[in-house]
Design a protein around this ligand. Structure first.
Ligand code: ADP
Length: 320
């Protein structure tokens, strides 16, 4: 066969992943009612992006990722990976994606090199095209290449799982909570790898609980809640959605009066600064400064604070 990995060419357009009407209902078990984990998700993930899938616990993130990985069977809908419909071309769609799972299960009696070779075999990568050494170097496990997996630390296991996801050189890499509970050094190493792989053209999809991390790493974000996509936008646009700004004034010699004005929410903070919150879409910053001057306050220092992804997330997933 001329195309042993089944990568083919696909009919790849601008999107690495296209999801239409995706539904998943887990069957009833032991008296529990059936659980509808995904309730009709439509989602496009652009090729070449770093895409963050966020949502509270139980929202349906793992279900979606596991469907992409071919580990969970969808109830209804269509999933296309790198141009290959999962139902029509299951082999090619599977070959287009690599998944770094959350759990650290590894066969304890294999070495890192052995595990990479087995994985490559599973994906039908011919020996001549295997890149075990390169991958071991990438994830910093060269000197552990022949060690038993059971002797590896948690951090090393995670790196090895990243390596395993890369053996068939997938177009799309999925990372499920890659940095949950890992130390700073490993986190940095993972992000360096992600940035490098993305710079080389790989599309990255990740779930994370660390919203600051998503804000830094992801150029596109989807927020899922109760099995539905409640937001899907560029990180920058999502952050713009909440246009509340807070201007923090450090008065030169204390403030006799507090600034006043329509649309201004003014509080004095414990450190003596005055925090004025306003909607930037309605109130120009100049108006806020005017109110400060009108109150006879001399400004020693001023800075502004704006909403971060955490605020957006809470706003969108708040159950009312
Ligand atoms: P998340 O990854 O966002 O925390 P999950 O996809 O794991 O969410 O879960 C979504 C919903 O589906 C939850 O209510 C969860 O309890 C339920 N669920 C997940 N896996 C199963 C399963 N194998 N059987 C039954 N219900 C499940």
């Amino acid at each position: 066969m001329s195309d042993p990995q089944g990568r083919g060419k696909g009919t790849m357009g601008a999107n690495a992943i296209e999801i239409r009407g995706l539904e998943k209902t887990y069957r009833a078990v032991k008296g529990e009612p059936p659980k509808r984990a995904l309730a009709g998700v439509d989602l496009d993930i652009p090729a070449g992006s770093v895409f963050g899938l966020l949502g509270p616990n139980g929202a349906g993130k793992s279900t979606l990722i596991n469907i992409l990985a071919g580990l969970v069977i969808k109830t209804a809908g269509q999933v296309t990976i790198w141009g290959f419909d999962q139902d029509v071309n299951p082999r090619q769609s599977r070959a287009s994606i690599g998944v770094m799972p959350q759990e650290l299960n590894l066969d304890p009696f294999f070495s890192p090199r052995g595990l990479l070779e087995v994985q490559a075999g599973l994906y039908g990568v011919p020996r001549s095209q295997r890149r075990s050494n390169e991958i071991l170097r990438l994830v910093g496990l060269e000197d552990k290449a022949e060690a038993y997996a059971r002797t590896l630390s948690g951090g090393m296991r995670r790196r090895l799982l990243l390596g395993k996801a890369l053996v068939h050189d997938p177009h799309v890499l999925v990372l499920d909570e890659p940095t949950a509970g890992v130390d700073i050094e490993l986190r940095q190493m993972l992000w360096e790898n992600v940035r490098r792989l993305n710079a080389e053209g790989m599309t990255i999809i990740l779930t994370t609980h660390y919203l600051q991390e998503a804000e830094e790493m992801c150029d596109e974000i989807g927020i899922i809640n109760h099995g539905q996509l409640v937001a899907r936008d560029s990180t920058a646009n999502l952050l713009d959605r909440l246009d509340a700004r807070t201007m923090v004034i450090h008065p030169d010699d204390g403030a006799a009066r507090l600034p006043q004005g329509a649309g201004l929410d003014v509080v004095t903070r414990a450190d003596g600064t005055i925090a004025i919150t306003y909607q930037s879409g309605q109130t120009p910053a100049e108006k806020v400064l005017e109110a400060v001057r009108d109150a006879g306050i001399r400004i020693r220092d001023v800075k502004t604070e704006q909403a971060d992804l955490e605020d957006v997330f809470l706003e969108l997933t708040r159950d009312t």
